[in-house]
Design a binder for this molecule. Structure first.
Ligand code: ZN
Length: 307
C-alpha cells in the first residue's frame, strides 16, 4: 500500500510539473505570436485616432495610456506620443496619444460630442457623435490591467486649503483615483490608493522642486457626498466600476512651461509603468530639456492652420 501511495504521489508530481511547463510554454508562445502593431480608426474623418500596441518579449501586465481626451491639454498628448516606439522586455502597452482628434485640432476641451470624459456612463447605442470613439476605448480597456488617462489642469491640487492656487478644487500635479479600494465579487480588493501612493512616491523622488510634487487625489466619485459626482461619466470611473481595472488620472499643472509639463507627466507615466511591473529597454527621458516639445509643437501648429 505504501509503495502504491508513493507511485501515485510521484505520478501526481510529474503531472503537475509537466502541466506547469506546458502552461508557461504556451504563455510564451502566445506572447511571441502577438506582434506589436499600430491601428488607425475612422481614417480621414475628424475623429481619426491611432492606437499603438506594444508587446514585450516576455508576458506580463498590460497598461493602457490614453491622452488627448481634452484638446486643450497639450502636455498629455505630447507625453503619450513619446511611448509609441518603446521596446519592452516584459508586459505590454497600449497607447492612444491623441484620442479626441477634433478637440485637439481646435485646441479646445471638447470635440464633436461635448466633453468626451463625461460620456463613459452612456449606453453603447447612444446617439452622441463621439459614442463610436468611446465604444472603441471600452474595448481597449477590456484588454488592459491598468489604465492611465493623461491631463493638464491649472494650479495645484492639495487635500487642504493652502491658498487660492493650492487647494482641494484644483487639479494640477495629482494622481486622481475614484475610490481608495474596490471590492471584487470574489472577495479580493483592488487597492487603488496604495498603488497611486506608490506611483506618487516613485515620481516625487525624481522631482527636485517640492512645489511640483504629485499628491493622490481621491474624488470618492461613487459616494453620495462626493464633490466630483460629474466624474461618474469619466473614463477612469468606467474602467474601475464597469471593468474592475486599476485606473489613474494623471494631471500635470498648466502653471509651468509645456516642456516642464511633459517632463512631469513623463515622470508620472514612467513611475506607473515601473510600479505595474512592466519593463522597458529604455523609458523616455524625464528631463524637460529633452522632451522634444519644440519640434512636436511646430507639427501641432501646422495641424492647427490646416484645420
Ligand atoms: Zn483633462
Amino acid at each position: 500500500m505504501d509503495h502504491f501511495r508513493r507511485v501515485c504521489l510521484l505520478i501526481t508530481v510529474v503531472f503537475l510539473v509537466l502541466s506547469f511547463r506546458f502552461d508557461s510554454l504556451n504563455a510564451q508562445k502566445r506572447q511571441s505570436s502577438l506582434k506589436s502593431h499600430t491601428m488607425t480608426y475612422f481614417h480621414k474623418t475628424k475623429q481619426e485616432f491611432t492606437v499603438h500596441h506594444i508587446r514585450g518579449k516576455e508576458p506580463g501586465p498590460t497598461l493602457l495610456i490614453i491622452a488627448g481626451i481634452h484638446g486643450d491639454e497639450a502636455g498629455g498628448y505630447l507625453s503619450a506620443e513619446r511611448y509609441a516606439n518603446l521596446k519592452l522586455k516584459t508586459g505590454n502597452l497600449i497607447i492612444v496619444p491623441r484620442l479626441n482628434g477634433a478637440a485637439i485640432r481646435t485646441g479646445k476641451r471638447c470635440g464633436l460630442g461635448g466633453d468626451m470624459n463625461r460620456l463613459f456612463n452612456l449606453p453603447s447605442n447612444n446617439s452622441n457623435p463621439d459614442a463610436k470613439v468611446v465604444n472603441l476605448v471600452k474595448q481597449l480597456i477590456r484588454q488592459s490591467d491598468y489604465v492611465l488617462n493623461l491631463h493638464q489642469g491649472y494650479d495645484f491640487y492639495n487635500p487642504r486649503w493652502i491658498s487660492a492656487t493650492r487647494n482641494p478644487s484644483k487639479w494640477g500635479q495629482c494622481n486622481v483615483i475614484d475610490a481608495a479600494t474596490f471590492h471584487l465579487p470574489d472577495g479580493q480588493k483592488l487597492e487603488l490608493e496604495n498603488f497611486a501612493e506608490r506611483v506618487v512616491h516613485r515620481a516625487n523622488r525624481r522631482i527636485s522642486g517640492l512645489d511640483y510634487h504629485f499628491t493622490v487625489n481621491n474624488t470618492h466619485t461613487a459616494v453620495k457626498w462626493s464633490r466630483h459626482r460629474e466624474q461618474r461619466g469619466s473614463l477612469t470611473y468606467y474602467s474601475l466600476y464597469n471593468q474592475q481595472k486599476i485606473a489613474l488620472g494623471l494631471e500635470a499643472t498648466k502653471n509651468c512651461s509645456l516642456a516642464e509639463a511633459v517632463s512631469y507627466l513623463t515622470i508620472a507615466v514612467n513611475a506607473a509603468i515601473e510600479e505595474a511591473g512592466i519593463q522597458a529597454e529604455a523609458l523616455p527621458s524625464e528631463s524637460s530639456r529633452s522632451t522634444g516639445v519644440q519640434q512636436v509643437r511646430a507639427k501641432g501648429n501646422r495641424i492647427k492652420t490646416r484645420g
